[in-house]
Ligand binder design. Structure first.
Ligand code: R2B
Ligand code: URA
Length: 314
């Protein structure tokens, strides 16, 4: 298995075919009778994945099913996409009882739940879905929420890099009893392109940053308001200040796995999070729900502009 680069040489490790369709780094899949994407309730024999998803160009992921449905509705309106007469937006993975996925034109919006294990499962299955569907050059986004460090609530942070709780710019996974580390790299041009889409009359700021991925919302993010807490308020503040000195702008729970996975899979990807709280001021998310919902639109607006720009060019 090898595709040709622009010099006509065969690239054994390329993750793309010359037409932009994905190549998996796993030949076992080619030998399966049927590949069942269990958590999506889809399969290569039970569904015509090429017909259903072959046109996908953008995959937008976010934590909650509700937010992803809202995003699909927003993008449908923004892009003037028409659904076939008599149909409405429906959850394409409803039967999985796990994730919820919506499709509008060439855009998939799917929720990933909370934390690395959950988004990890989704990334494997969505990447295989794009492979089976023969989608060309799909771009992945995580459009999420986070805690900011010294940033005003409502600010959008586009990650230029992702680190784990120890400051490592790689994702660590245990595979067959071995520790495997994969670099968490993001596309710097995409970061710049997304930031450039901020408009002067936007009511929110858009900044680039370094995103820390924690394995927990409470103790793992230094919070003192969990069910237990063996560190002091001072320990927390020193920790947050140290992170800030290292350039960390925000904390969430999926970045490092998302960046490492997409990089290894050869998929262009970006992380765009909105800060719901400034962790230097406190731990609890006290803002009223309607304001939080409004802030959650901010990264959606930026990604919507990006998608529109790309689709208008083609
Ligand atoms: C941000 O918000 C969630 C925790 O509240 C988590 O999924 C994340 O990354
Ligand atoms: N999500 C997180 O993981 N942390 C926060 O502080 C807010 C949202």
């Amino acid at each position: 298995m090898g595709s040709k680069n622009k010099n006509g040489e065969i690239e054994e490790n390329s993750c793309r075919n010359p037409d932009g369709t994905l190549r998996l780094r796993n030949r076992n899949i080619e030998h399966l009778q049927e590949d069942i994407l269990y958590h999506l309730a889809l399969g290569t024999e039970s569904h015509d994945l090429v017909k259903m998803f072959g046109d996908v160009k953008f995959v937008c992921m976010g934590g909650t099913a509700n937010r992803m449905k809202h995003l699909a509705q927003y993008l449908k309106t923004e892009m003037n996409f028409e659904l076939p007469t008599g149909t409405s937006l429906c959850d394409l993975t409803e039967n999985s009882h796990r994730f919820s996925m919506y499709k509008v034109g060439p855009i998939l919006c799917v929720n990933h739940g909370m934390g690395v294990p959950s988004i990890g499962i989704l990334l494997h299955e969505i990447t295989k879905l794009m492979y089976h569907a023969k989608a060309k050059n799909p771009i992945f986004f995580r459009i999420g929420t986070c805690g900011g460090i010294g940033l005003k609530e409502g600010t959008v942070i586009v990650s230029k890099s992702a680190v784990d709780e120890m400051g490592n710019a790689y994702h660590t996974q245990k595979i067959c009893g071995k520790v495997v580390q994969r670099p968490a790299k993001l596309d710097h041009q995409l970061v710049k392109d997304l930031i450039s889409l901020k408009k002067s009359d936007d009511k929110f700021n858009v900044v680039e940053g370094i995103t820390m991925c924690a394995d927990d919302f409470y103790e793992g993010q230094g919070r003192t308001d969990g069910a237990f807490c063996d560190h002091t308020e001072e320990d927390k503040f020193n920790y947050l200040k140290e992170l800030q000195n290292r350039g960390v702008t925000n904390i969430e729970m999926e970045a490092v796995a998302f960046a490492a996975f997409t990089h290894y899979a050869g998929i262009k990807a970006a992380l765009i999070n909105v800060a719901l709280v400034n962790r230097l001021n406190g731990d609890q998310v006290t803002t009223p729900k309607e304001v939080l919902l409004e802030w959650q639109n901010h990264p959606q607006i930026i990604v919507g502009r990006y998608i529109k720009q790309i689709l208008c060019k083609n």
